[in-house]
Every structure is written in C-alpha cells, then in structure tokens.
Design a protein around this ligand. Sequence first.
Ligand SMILES: [Zn+2]
Length: 514
Amino acid sequence: MRVDRYEVFVDVDYKNSYYRGVERIYLETEDEVRLDAVEVKVTSVKDQAGKELPFVQDNKENKVIIRTGKYSGYIEVSFEAPIKDKLSGLYRAKERVIKDGKEESLVFFTTQFESIHAREFIPCVDEPAAKAKFKLTVRVDKDLDVISNMPTDSVKEEGDKKVVSFQETPRMSTYLLYLGIGKFEELKDDYNGKPVLVATPPGKSQRGKFAIDVAKKSLSYYEGYFGIPYALPKLHLIVVPEFAAGAMENWGAITFRETALLADDNSPETIKKRVAEVVAHELAHQWFGNLVTMYWWDDLWLNESFATFMSYKAVSANYPQWDMWGDFVSSETGPAFFRDSFSTTHPIHADIKDPHEIEQIFDDITYGKGASILRMIEGFVGEEAFRNGVRLYLKEHSYGNAKAHDLWEAIERASGIKGVAELIEDWITSPGHPVVRVSVSGTKVRFSQERFWISERKEDRVYKIPLTVEVNGRRVSLIFDKKEDVIDVGEEVKTLRVNLSRTASIGSCTRATR
Ligand SMILES: [Zn+2]
C-alpha cells in the first residue's frame, strides 16, 4: 500500500475541546487499507464514488482496516476525537495570565506527533517512511489564530467561524505535521524574502528577537553548509505553554518551551547560549530529519546526534565569542563517557521492533556519544570531505528516506578513504569506549588500548580508533585497530601530542617515558 497525499479538514469546537474531521487519502493498494488510529473514532469510510466501504476499527491493535480490494484513487474517512490535556496528538495546553488582577487561563490546542502520535490526530499510515503531502484546512472560531507547517492560502469567514486553508506541504513524514490553535502574538522578520516569525502567548513576543536573530543566522549557515536552500516558504518558532520536550522540529513550525526560545538583553549568557543551541539544533533538523528522514526509528539516534553536532557548528560560527567546542567536550562527550563506562551501557544503534520502545532509548549515549563520534569522524576525514559527504547524502535522498549506512557511504565516497563506513559502523554497534596508552622510547611510539571500565573490569574489546597524532610538529592520521602497536617514526621523538582537539572518543592517557 502506498499513500501519496492527505487532504485533511478538521472542524474544531474550541469551547468543548472536540473536533470532527474528514480526510481524503490518495492511495494505491493491492488488497486493503490499514491505517493507524489511537483514540480517534472513525465514523465512516467512502470510496471516491461516494460508496460506503466496510471497515473495522481495532482499538486493541490501534488499526483501522478498510476492505477496498485492489484500489487506486482516494478514500474519504470521517472521524472525531476529544482534545485532552495529554501532551501528545492534538492536545490542550493552558497558559496562566493575570487579567484585571485575576488569574485566568488561556487555552491553546497544539500538536506533538513525534514519534508515533500523528495517529492520535488523524487516521494515517504513521511511519517515517510513509511520506506524503498534506493539505490541511481548519474551521475554528473567528477570533482564534491557526498555525501550521505552511502559509495559509485562503481564509473564509462563516458567521462567527472562519475556515483557514493552508498550502500543501512537500512530501514529508507524518510526525512532522503541525497544527496550533489559540490567541498567538507574533513577531515578524524575514530571511531572503521568507517570513521568519516567533509566535507566543500574548505579551511575550518581543522577547523572541534574539531567537529570530539566531534563526536567520542559522538558516544562512546551513544553506551554505548543506548547499540546499531552506525548503519551506516560511518559518515559525512557536512557544507552547505546556510541552513535554524542550523543542520539536515540525517542518516550518517548530515548537519550544518558553525557556528554550525567549531571551532578551537582560538574560544571562547561559540562557542565550541555550536558546542559540536549541534553535540551531531544530533548524539543522529542517534538512537532516525533515528533508531527508530515517527509514525507521532505529536510526533516530543519528537524527538527534547529527542535529546536536551541527548546532555546535552553527552556534560556534555565528557566535564565536562562546567557546562552543569546549562546551561540547564537557556537555556532550563527558557525560557520554561517564554513562558508557558502566556495564549497563548499550551500543548507540539499538534494534527497535515496537515503536513504543523509542522514547526509552533517549539518553546521553544517543545524543552525546553519537554527536562525539560524528565529530571524531569529521576530525579524521577532514571538515571538507565530511561536509561533502553530508551534501551528497542530502541531495540523493531529498524528500525521501535513508539509513545511517547511506550517510557513512556518502562520507566514504566524498573522502576517498576506504574503510571509513566500516569504521563508523564499528563504533555505532560497540558498547563502551577505549582508553589509549601511549609511550615513547627513542624513535618509537607504542600504543595500547583497552576498554574503559569505571569500576570492576569486565570484557575487553579492540576498537578501530581514528587517531590524529602530532610528532615533532608533524601531523599524522592513523587507524589504530590492534591491541598494541609500535610505530617507528624514523627520528627521535621530541614532542608528541595525541588526540588533537580531543576529537577521538577515547579516554586519553599519554605517558612519555623518556
Ligand atoms: Zn532533535
């Protein structure tokens, strides 16, 4: 079964926190249609001639099975659902405001779909590889604002309601769709003619100036780095009052906790740095994650590690006054080392059969070690070859899906260094990290490695370590993949530096015995 396009109409009852919807799903199937749906009640299904189609809604498996037979065209699915206070799907979030000395709460409806919550909003094929175009239309009270991934293409008033229709999205995964409804205040700027907007609850948008500055600088940085322009016609940065994550990269409509987006001249540097990092992280996803998406959730670590790594690059380039790479070693590599030195650690790559497991694997290993390994590979192949590999990968898989291995292969091709893909694969699938001991005697440098354990030593392992070494001021890159190795440099070793810029994911322990 293949889905091409969703035309979604939802009629939102703001007062009663409820919505009814109807969607046309353009698809092709050989036998039947299977849709994911959780807490959304399907009320009827029709074919494109208007004929009712038999369907079963299995609330245990959370599937809607429609017996179409071999079919090509659209089916029309009607559905309805309550809007609850639950932080996923389309949910209710309250902002407390003081009005005339009294506390009031302002209600927003907002969506959070990653990883498997689009199915709580509309019946759909809710998998990252099932990319489709979305044309969204929403009917709401006239005095409310509506935000989605794309700009509006029409707004029609109907008595005290209005019907807001959005432009169609490019092909994208369901988890990146966004809908926000409420009273938003906006701060507007533009980047190369494309609107860049901060949307907040009333009274707060002015504090979004710094975030807009970061967003514009990051867009420019990434367009240069990736060699691909930002794909959507506008970009929203939205403050959501009640939000489980720090931020979410919905394409063109990124959501944030207030503390991760708003900062002004009076804010401490640490807050501004955090805002810069989070905005840059989410913007990196607009390419890496949104334009090119993982096939399956087992590569979610790469999506997150890559955006983490890129955010340091972008912030470091745009705000050189902050020592971002020093921060990287202490906030990303350090905690990953710590977590990785216990027997309870796990390899970065985890097999995921049941998507419910996804949210459990987010830890310092997923983000920190993953990002550190990307930095190590970049240090080994060089910045240019690494960037060219990333560009190849994004170009070849735009509006589609890819596996982590596709990126390693692209980096190997771009660098011309054989064995790079295999080397990365080894790090991704091995738990722990090594400590490397180095000693010098005359013209010889001796390396040895062992797996690092914080307490009792358990099994040992030999890692393929890309090392950058400087001998007497000369730089040498090598892959150290044995338990022990001795290199004769042909002259007496006077100065030796190992693991330059601390890019290798190793515990460094250099001892010169001369
Ligand atoms: Zn992320």
